[in-house]
Ligand binder design. Structure first.
Ligand SMILES: [Zn+2]
Length: 171
């Protein structure tokens, strides 16, 4: 079992200890994942905090989060593992420049908000419209159970109707 991560951690202390942050976050600690997604286990996080010569901090690594998602075709719930890379520039909360820059992670009182940024990453990695693979989706099975009538069965059935209509027009 991976160690449960704290909700936040002091950046300087983490850097002093080598910067490696690895562990788990139980699903129930994610409060914003909801709607058509729900956590169904612990997310695994593996990130490295580093600081360059200018003092700029960066966080790099990856995460995996087991979720359940509601298929938007058949509305059944399914297992959906979400994963991704983490590449964030870490700046103090008071950092003013480049407010609109993406991949910016703000610290609060010098602390990394671990659960918050992981939850952000998980939410960003969720598909817009979760769907079963077509062969596993009951929404598709319903369609497959009533195939269209083979067109070769009564090749002239429609033709008769057409001719009948044409005759009516001439009468
Ligand atoms: Zn489905």
């Amino acid at each position: 079992m991976a160690t449960e991560l704290p909700s936040d951690i002091d950046c300087r202390r983490l850097l002093r200890n080598g910067g490696l942050l690895t562990g788990a976050i139980s699903g129930e600690r994610f409060e914003r994942i909801g709607g058509i997604f729900r956590p169904c286990g612990a997310a695994q996080v593996h990130v490295q905090l580093s600081r360059d010569e200018q003092g700029q901090m960066a966080l790099n690594g990856s995460f995996v989060a087991p979720l359940q998602a509601q298929c938007q075709r058949c509305l059944e719930w399914m297992e959906l593992e979400v994963s991704g890379d983490i590449e964030l520039d870490v700046v103090p909360a008071a950092h003013s420049a480049e407010d609109e820059q993406e991949n910016l992670l703000r610290t609060v009182d010098g602390r990394l908000q671990i659960v918050e940024f992981v939850e952000d990453e998980v939410l960003l990695a969720c598909p817009m419209i979760p769907l079963h693979a077509a062969k596993n989706c009951r929404g598709e099975e319903v369609k497959a159970a009533s195939p269209p009538t083979p067109p070769t069965r009564q090749p002239f059935a429609g033709l008769g109707d057409l001719l009948g209509e044409s005759n009516d027009d001439f009468e």
